[in-house]
Design a protein around this ligand. Structure first.
Ligand SMILES: O=C[C@H](O)[C@H](O)[C@H](O)COP(=O)(O)O
Length: 315
């Protein structure tokens, strides 16, 4: 199995090589992020969801793995660590933010970034809430921009959570609203747009707890929380797209039709697994060529660079 190849494997400055790349292939001692062995029922349900998802979706041949954010993700890393140093030596792990970067590094796993590895085998991530179609709210921890990038970069995107997050409609328990990352200088304008044009009078700037002023994301941006009524949240794609069109919005914490499966740990020690419809039936800019068989036996080939070729009929 070949090593994952980053886009630029070697630094142009000869004395500075990315640490992670020089370590790939050498098993190091791995350390589990979970030290507390007396887990509460809630924590056990998160662990169960995470372990099951890792067991079912991290395949031996996988080399590039996205690690999401939130309270269930340490159990994802715990299970990955249990796979052993040798199994993980030739893997690289891509974080969705500060928390998952710390988890990867402190566990002794190889760290990479999505600009080196824009194709990810599987990303496992937490969620604030997941509806029955596997649409979800993310961004309760202000990580949703990087999370969405890693979800889109992944061949398979898997959600892990405890039973409280498994809902019929988004916004059922997670009442603070849709997290919206905005560039700082545009926050007041975006708030006005939400209040007056997108029907969300309660939208507000997320304020920090142990710091004066607003929450600042890992990307240096502000977060707005926009609570919508149930009717609006029944069609999350529509409101997500409307918010995303506002100038100044960087990303919206609603993920639609992205997850292949969601794993929820239940309080009784069972697991609920939901599978989703990942594909939307519109494929844009994906095919290199389309071949059309014609009635006269010829074939027309339309290439994605605009060329059209005709192939003569077979004799
Ligand atoms: O921004 C944070 C992420 O989207 C988290 O995955 C999400 O908030 C769930 O976090 P927790 O498991 O801590 O509730």
């Amino acid at each position: 199995m070949p090593l994952p190849t980053p886009l630029s494997p070697v630094s142009p400055i000869s004395k500075v090589r990315p640490v992670v790349l020089s370590r790939i292939g050498q098993p190091t001692k791995l350390i589990s992020p979970i030290t507390d062995l007396n887990l509460s029922v809630l924590e056990k349900s998160k662990q169960l969801a995470a372990w099951t998802a890792v067991d079912q979706h991290v395949k031996p041949e996988h080399r590039v793995i996205g690690i999401g954010s939130g309270s269930t993700v340490p159990y994802v890393v715990e299970r990955i660590v249990q796979l052993g140093a040798e199994a993980n030596a030739e893997r690289v792990f891509i974080p969705t933010g500060f928390q998952s970067k710390q988890l990867i590094v402190s566990s002794g796993l190889n760290l990479g970034d999505v600009d080196q590895f824009p194709t990810i085998d599987v990303t496992l991530d937490g969620a604030d809430e997941v509806d029955r179609e596997l649409n979800c709210i993310k961004g309760g921890g202000a990580c949703h921009l990087r999370e969405k990038v890693l979800a889109e970069a992944a061949n398979t995107f898997i959600l892990v959570a405890d039973y409280r997050k498994n809902v019929e409609f988004l916004g059922t328990n997670f009442a603070s609203g849709i997290p919206i990352e905005v560039v700082p200088f545009a926050y007041a304008k975006v708030l006005q747009n939400l209040h007056h044009h997108l029907g969300c009078p309660q939208a507000s700037l997320r304020m920090a707890v142990k710091k004066a002023g607003p929450v600042v994301s890992d990307n240096g941006n502000f977060i707005i929380d926009a609570p919508y009524d149930q009717e609006t949240m029944k069609t999350p794609y529509t409101i997500m797209a409307q918010i995303k069109m506002l100038t100044g919005v960087v990303e919206v914490g609603v993920f639609c039709h992205m997850a292949r499966a969601a794993y929820f740990g239940n309080a009784d020690g069972t697991i609920k697994m939901l599978t989703g419809v990942v594909e939307v039936g519109v494929f844009c800019h994906m095919a290199r060529a389309a071949y059309f068989g014609n009635a006269d036996g010829t074939v027309t080939i339309k290439w994605n660079d605009g060329r059209v070729e005709e192939v003569a009929a077979q004799a």
